[in-house]
Design a protein around this ligand. Structure first.
Ligand code: SF4
Length: 397
């Protein structure tokens, strides 16, 4: 699950004429193509989610092996040079209507280089938040905080200097040494969240960045990658993570998801995929999030938990754990959503239940009042105990 802060990168001073790019060099075999059948990312369904027409690229990013790989994947796309992936006039922001934003999310990619390589402590979902290899998302969840900085029309930015990100992480992992004692993140491994500001499963439709991280972590016996996802990408099954990547399928009642999780995989598909991912070598956890308090929410969550109990095999249940995360919202996002998806705001915006808090950057963030939140967490824990007692709650927040 993404976490609420984005470190702005800065513009590259290097200018490069994209029209004079030499013929692309081979980027090596894709980790997603171990000689098996066709890849999902080449399917009609994947192309429908990402019918890329425009690629905005910093010159160095476009010229890099990873940048070339992405550009080659979308040969019909127009390449547009930009000084900085962070400042693209006319692309970001909330101007226009939702059709445009949703189109932008699917039809546009951005290539940039990540300048700030910082691993931050977390302690809740993961021990550490890794510097992300992407920012933005092709999906359009109404409560998503990832676009708060760039505006709702925030398509995927692929950071092409994945080698530097991996080298940074390798040094960080080495510096930590073995984990001295178990904690709720993991009993043995240092857990690094690699998907703070996007969805790694969708990123894997665009580039091999996700594959490269999964491959890197399988070589680090004291560490484990983790990311939350709302998208089932079967290509990830071929990556052979050897237990060093935890995938967390985000779940909420199906009716809430249909209203709030636009362009994502249906909840039943995410649940049905869990055994396949476990058998492919992933650790499979669940994010029960965001929990949205609305009339009838308790019965809807009970039904979801019963469904989990009915369909998941024992081998998934034995290793499963969950994070419970209550909805947080934002005044600015509320205003944006009112203009295109007011029905979502009928459940997300509940001033009678919520309290506002001014964040460091001056935005008004909104969360359930302490008493409402405590009661809801208690109720959800009771529902888990009643309907899915095998599901260990790692933390509830
Ligand atoms: S899947 Fe939804 S919540 Fe996650 S980054 Fe994408 S839009 Fe945001």
């Amino acid at each position: 699950m993404p976490h609420p802060s984005v470190t702005p990168d800065h513009a590259s001073d290097t200018l490069f004429d994209l029209d004079t790019l030499a013929p692309t060099a081979p980027t090596g075999p894709s980790d997603l193509a171990p000689g098996a059948g066709p890849l999902f990312r080449d399917s009609a369904a994947a192309r429908r989610l990402l019918p890329v027409r425009d690629i905005y690229a910093e010159p160095a990013a476009a010229a890099s092996p990873r940048g070339r790989q992405v550009i080659e994947r979308f040969p019909g796309a127009r390449l547009i040079e930009v000084d900085s992936h962070w400042r693209i006039p006319g692309l970001y922001g909330n101007e226009g209507n939702v059709e445009r934003w949703v189109r932008v999310k699917g039809e546009t990619l951005v290539l940039g280089e990540r300048k700030t390589l910082t691993t931050r402590p977390n302690g809740r979902s993961a021990d550490w938040i890794a510097p992300g290899f992407s920012n933005g998302c092709a999906m359009a969840c109404a409560y998503c905080y990832v676009p708060r900085r760039k505006g709702y029309a925030n398509p995927i930015t692929v950071f092409t200097n994945i080698d530097k990100i991996i080298a940074h992480l390798g040094r960080h992992v080495a510096r930590q040494g073995p984990k001295p004692e178990p904690n709720q993140c993991d009993p043995e491994a240092w857990v690094y969240d690699i998907g703070e500001n996007g969805d790694c499963s969708v990123d894997a439709l665009v580039s091999d960045n996700t594959a490269d991280l999964v491959r890197a972590f399988r070589e680090w016996p004291t560490a484990k990658a983790a990311f939350a996802t709302k998208f089932v990408n079967p290509d990830l099954l071929a990556l052979d993570p050897r237990g060093r990547t935890r995938i967390r399928f985000s779940l909420m009642p199906a009716d809430d998801s249909k209203l709030l999780d636009l362009r994502t995989s249906p909840i039943a598909d995410r649940i049905a995929a869990a055994p396949d991912f476990l058998d492919a070598g992933y650790e499979v956890h669940f994010n029960l999030s965001p929990v949205v308090v609305r009339p009838g929410w308790e019965a809807a969550w009970a039904e979801l938990l019963r469904h989990l109990d009915d369909v998941l095999p024992d081998r998934v249940k034995r290793q499963a754990a969950a994070e419970v995360i209550m909805l947080t919202h934002n005044r600015g996002l509320h205003d944006v959503n009112l203009a295109w998806h007011p029905r979502a705001e009928e459940v997300l915006w509940q001033p009678g239940l919520q309290q506002a808090k001014r964040s460091q950057n001056g935005a008004w963030n909104v969360r359930y009042r302490n008493d409402v939140k405590a009661a809801a967490v208690r109720t959800l824990r009771e529902l888990i105990e009643a309907h899915a007692p095998w599901l260990r709650v790692r933390y509830a927040f």
